[in-house]
Ligand binder design. Structure first.
Ligand code: PLP
Length: 455
């Protein structure tokens, strides 16, 4: 193996030359002692971590493995309600009793904020049986929580803190970005290196620090949940990315910050749309910190939706945004974008700003709602209790009071609006219908607008 024998046919060219397997001298990801261990140690040094492992099944596998390593069935776990679906999947597979801490909501822009220290402390007090907490920082939108304070709080309560930092692999490498969760006391930190850094899709890192985590148990879970044929192309991609950051990171981040600074100046001239940059988020919206790689353009008050802005950028200006939400569109700019790319985005946004100036339109979609603004869903059963239950389908309009057996979520970002076992309330129905109406992708609702319900 591999069966291609380095002979790619037409499509992949020379790439498959590097697609080897665990032949002598090439080490084994599942029991690294040679070249892979060396590369992992290089990454650990770069991040200032005691222990770092390469992941070839994305942050998803780091999240699954760490949660399942630190818990046993029936345990309680505290998770931020805006966690990614991989956290929910781990909770379901692990048959865990799930308790939530909710993020702040920035109503004005329809954005989820960070996890506030007081809310986290309250949740830990309310559920004294909890030994593991998981939060997402930064969020898909780039909002970072105060990991240092949350880790301190967690440890005072005898709780281990796992930080899903899938979107924060570049944090801590320059003062222009939020600090790294690795250096701020989290027990486990998971970074995708394919999202905001330069490694190929599906690559990620898991960092383990401090005395609390059973590291052997994490290793066991990684051996269960990762492929038994880890891709050397992916691992080489991670290694390459680490070398790039170690060698040229300073210069690339500096250039990025200059580019985004210039973009911010231009975006400051927008009259209808609004660029919600790091300064605005910290000073005006009260978030702890925010990632300048996430370019959030708000359509709030214009009468246009995030989806319409997204479509305009894509169809007219051939710019591929990352995500459309109700009242904003998100772009990810990285160290691999050049000045010309920033200029193109600025130009497109300025042109669309003119186009979206129609005051008469402002009455449209006035009441698009951010996630969780419709109230907090009531948890009637744990997700694992309804996972295999009988289901039937009901039009979402008629589903009030019923219990969902599926996740209902906007994708992206893949954060469940409703979790299996939760009650479908009128506020949520309203939000789902408005989202569908405004062109936002809602997973867990059929094309006929039906939801799967319990019983
Ligand atoms: C917040 C968050 N966590 C985890 C993941 C999973 O990461 P990966 O795609 O590397 O498995 C994602 C993916 O989008 C995410 O947005």
């Amino acid at each position: 193996m591999p069966g291609h024998k380095e002979n790619s046919g037409a499509f992949l060219g020379d790439v498959l030359k590097y697609d080897i397997t665990e032949i002598d001298g090439m080490d084994n990801l599942h029991d690294a002692s040679g070249v892979i261990l060396e590369s992992e140690r290089f990454a650990a040094d770069l991040y200032g971590s005691e222990e770092t492992h390469f992941l070839i099944n994305g942050s998803t596998v780091g999240i699954l493995s760490s949660i399942l390593a630190l818990t046993k069935p029936g345990d309680e776990i505290l998770i931020a309600r805006n966690c990614h679906k991989s956290v929910y999947n781990a909770v379901m597979v692990g048959r865990l009793k799930c308790r939530y801490v909710y993020p702040a909501v920035i109503d004005r822009y329809g954005l989820c904020g960070g996890i506030e220290n007081a809310a986290f402390r309250e949740a830990l007090k309310e559920y004294p049986g909890i030994r593991v907490a998981v939060i997402t920082s930064p969020t898909y939108d780039g909002i970072a929580s105060d990991i240092s304070a949350l880790a301190k709080e967690a440890h005072e309560h005898g709780v281990m803190l796992i930080v899903d930092a899938a979107h924060g692999a570049h944090f801590g490498f320059s003062k222009g970005f939020p600090g790294s969760a690795v250096k701020n006391g989290a027990d486990i930190v998971i970074n995708s290196v394919h999202k905001t850094l330069t490694a190929p899709t599906q690559t990620a890192l898991i960092h383990i620090n401090g005395p609390h985590v059973d590291r052997e148990a994490v290793g066991r879970m990684l051996r269960i949940y990762q492929s038994s044929s880890p891709s050397y192309l992916l691992m080489a991609g991670i290694d390459d990315c680490m070398s790039l950051i170690a060698g040229r990171g300073k210069e690339l981040f500096k250039q990025f910050l200059e580019n985004i600074g210039e973009f911010e100046t231009k975006a400051g001239r927008l009259k209808n749309l609004k660029y919600i940059g790091r300064n605005e988020l910290i000073k005006e919206c009260g978030v702890f910190d925010a990632d300048p790689c996430k370019v959030i353009i708000s359509t709030a008050g214009t009468g246009y939706t995030g989806r319409e802005l997204y479509d305009e950028l894509r169809n007219t200006y051939h710019i591929e945004p990352e995500m459309a939400a109700g009242t904003y569109c998100l772009l990810i700019m990285t160290i691999m974008d050049e000045k010309a790319d920033f200029d193109r985005v600025a130009y497109a946004v300025e042109c669309i700003d003119e186009k979206f100036s129609d005051r008469k339109a402002a009455e449209r979609y006035k009441d698009l709602m951010p996630a969780f603004s419709a109230g907090r869903p009531v948890q009637v059963m744990q997700a694992y209790e309804v996972a295999g239950a009988d289901r039937h389908y009901v039009n979402i309009k008629d589903a009030q009071g019923m219990i969902s057996v599926d996740y209902i979520m906007n994708y992206p970002p893949g954060i469940p609006l409703l979790v299996p076992g939760e009650r479908i309330d009128p506020g949520l129905i309203d939000k789902i219908l408005k989202d569908i109406d405004s062109g936002i992708n809602v997973m867990g609702i059929t094309k006929n607008k039906e939801a799967a319900v319990y019983g």
